[in-house]
Design a protein around this ligand. Sequence first.
Ligand SMILES: Nc1ncnc2c1ncn2[C@@H]1O[C@H](COP(=O)(O)OP(=O)(O)OP(=O)(O)O)[C@@H](O)[C@H]1O
Length: 279
Amino acid sequence: MTTAPLLRLDGVSRRFGGLVAVRELDMTVTAGAIHGLIGPNGAGKSTAFDLVSGLTRVSAGTVHFDGRDVTAAPAERRVAAGICRTFQTPRLFEAMTALETVMTGCHRTSRCGFLASILSVRGKAADEAAIRRRAHDLLALVGLERAADTPVSQLSYGPRRLVEIARALATGPKLLLLDEVASGLNPVETQFVADLVRTLAADGLTVVLVEHDMRFILGICERVTVLNFGTRIADGTPAEIVADPAVIAAYLGEARPDAASRRDLRHAARAAAPQDLPS
Ligand SMILES: Nc1ncnc2c1ncn2[C@@H]1O[C@H](COP(=O)(O)OP(=O)(O)OP(=O)(O)O)[C@@H](O)[C@H]1O
């Protein structure tokens, strides 16, 4: 496994008027790693994803990806460079089938550009066939080969999330950002996604997960960054994170405590570092 940083955020901030959603964030993601980004509600996790994927611009700081400064690059250029993401709520075209949806991701990386497509009909047909095959392969990878011709509008929540992952993978990424991918999934689907993420990482893909399901994230990630009120309060292995007093305080001392995250943190802490458990 390589240890080179694929993604590096240096002093990244994002302000919305008077609110600092992300404040001077330093974060390094190692190539090939499964990296978690956690924090209580409103901590700035999705905003951090927006800053990495280029959906929103930094107010300060720099973003380096794969050795290049992409701070000023628009989202499309970052997709082309190898950054792709899914959203907290899947963003899909309801009328498209699962296959067509994944094909839209393939088209973003197709070698069949505009000029090629008008100059060579035969080349375009061959490219379309290759794209269709690749989209089928990706649907099979996420266990949805039988749903290829099903309109997205008829899929339930778990499969919709999987279609979104397949579409993201279709862009041929080096870095996959998954925003609350386990939220709303049943235990079997959650396990499937965990196995899928491990398989992708074993194949060399770097994955960053924003997640509230603490058991899921602490069980799968090699490294975890913790945000609270936009500020990084911890960065380390899952065992280090659950034993970190600042993390415990952030989760257990939330102004509006989330019972599920408190319970999961306690549970994860018991499994990872019983001697450091808060009483
Ligand atoms: N476009 C925006 N305009 C104004 N404020 C925003 C905008 N996007 C996010 N915020 C604010 O920035 C803060 C961080 O939001 P963000 O969605 O990044 O947090 P989060 O950690 O992903 O939260 P959650 O876990 O609840 O999804 C919140 O206070 C949010 O209201």
